[in-house]
Design a protein around this ligand. Structure first.
Ligand SMILES: [Fe+2]
Ligand SMILES: [Fe+2]
Ligand SMILES: [Fe+2]
Ligand SMILES: [Fe+2]
Length: 408
């Protein structure tokens, strides 16, 4: 049944504030029955962080007191929503365990979006970064075994395979090659806009998490791994945000942000298996509907435009879904492992000229080795093997099979 956000009043923004006890929610178990409950929490936290940061940037661009007050009001609520969502994370999960959940989110979110994406250029961009986050999961899983003696499958529960993707040391590219072509706001499929906004927020939160938690560790290999992978997440944020139309106004962007939050809470609500968390998604959906009404009011007042000139009247038919995407990831890995970025294009490595800046950049950052390779070598020295969770058979790329060197 189609959901029409602009036909719903939602909760007025002024009525959305909650007390500290309501924000200080009881955390989930670190081994929940459904690991995708944690995935939904991580995604929605990233969405709320983006909502607050976007609102701060908008506020710095205007001296109109009414607009500033409206933004301050909604933003304070976005920040309360962020606390109520992120405080669901279990306090007994270590930063590394939460990291494993973050990369499981990256893999299964990106793969699902790519499967549903109508625009071939955007789909290619999703597939491209999918193989990189897939590899991060493997590297962190090996760190987990090395320093904690535990297996990442306790967390991923075999829903996401763990095996090398595009090796992380190969992912480092010159900043000029991390930018993609942007869509045009008048012609983009509304679903593509939602996909790009969603993945940009998720990658940005992953970047923030690694930036802040990398120094939590004593072990030099762990600190090195976070530093290296955080730089790839920076590439991913640049890669995805560059696909958004940069000519959209601040008011239009505010509307798009609220619409995307409505879409995501509506999606999370429909698939949530934990009844307590489901009630939170429903409450936040009703809050976002109220925030959307306020964004629509600002758009009408300051730009004389109707929201339905910019957005469809209804949400997509299918909610965004966390589910296993194993065969899809395998197919992309087999077909696209050798792709590299060249300016705005994504091409096979064999098409890069020998003097391409990619080679020079690789040489600079990987001089003296790469922690993401070192972790695998340490594991092989100690265990005689690396750690993998290949539930569907050997890695689809022969060079990445077994205990051979992960280098391709
Ligand atoms: Fe929000
Ligand atoms: Fe990642
Ligand atoms: Fe990423
Ligand atoms: Fe919002």
């Amino acid at each position: 049944m189609a959901f029409a956000p602009f036909d719903q009043a939602g909760i007025p923004v002024e009525d959305q504030f909650r007390s500290w006890s309501e924000l200080n929610v009881d955390p989930l178990s670190s081994r929940p029955d459904d690991p995708y409950t944690l995935a939904r929490v991580i995604l929605m936290n990233g969405t709320e962080v983006e909502a607050a940061l976007f609102s701060h940037h908008f506020s710095r661009q205007t001296d109109n007191p009414e607009i500033k007050r409206s933004l301050a009001l909604s933003r304070r609520v976005e920040q309360q929503q962020q606390k109520a969502v992120n405080w669901l994370l279990p306090g007994d999960a270590s930063p590394l365990e939460t990291t494993l959940s973050y990369e499981q989110v990256a893999v299964d979110l990106t793969a699902w979006l790519a499967r549903m994406e109508p625009d071939p250029t955007i789909q290619q961009a999703l597939n491209f970064a999918l193989l990189e986050d897939f590899d991060h999961l493997y590297r962190y899983a090996n760190l987990y075994e090395l320093i904690d003696g535990r297996h990442a499958e306790e967390i991923t529960q075999h829903l996401t395979e763990i095996t090398p993707g595009r090796p992380t040391f190969i992912e480092h590219r010159h900043p000029f090659d991390e930018l993609r072509p942007h869509f045009a706001t008048q012609t983009v499929d509304p679903l593509s806009r939602l996909h790009v906004m969603t993945i940009t927020s998720a990658e940005q939160q992953t970047l923030n998490y690694y930036m802040n938690h990398g120094p939590d560790f004593m072990e030099p290999i762990a600190r090195g791994l976070y530093a290296e992978i955080a730089q790839i997440e920076e590439q991913h944020v640049s890669h995805y945000e560059s696909m958004l139309d940069p000519l959209d106004s601040w008011f239009a962007n505010l509307l798009f942000h609220e619409f995307n939050e409505v879409y995501l809470y509506w999606s999370m609500f429909q698939q949530e298996t934990d009844e307590r968390v489901k009630a939170l998604w429903e409450l936040h959906l009703n809050m976002e509907l109220g925030q959307l009404q306020e964004a629509a009011r600002l758009l009408r007042k300051y730009e004389g435009r109707e929201p339905l000139e910019l957005l469809p009247p209804e949400l997509p038919e299918i909610p965004l879904t966390f589910e296993s995407n194993k065969q899809y990831v395998r197919d992309v890995l087999a077909a696209e492992i050798d792709l590299r970025a060249d300016g705005l294009l994504i091409v096979p490595e064999s098409e890069l000229p020998s003097d391409h800046r990619w080679w020079a950049f690789q040489k600079t950052v990987n001089a003296g080795g790469s922690p993401t390779e070192e972790i695998i070598n340490l594991q092989r020295d100690k265990q005689g093997r690396d750690y993998r969770d290949e539930t569907e058979g050997p890695n689809p790329v022969p060079a990445l099979r077994g205990t051979q060197d992960a280098t391709v």
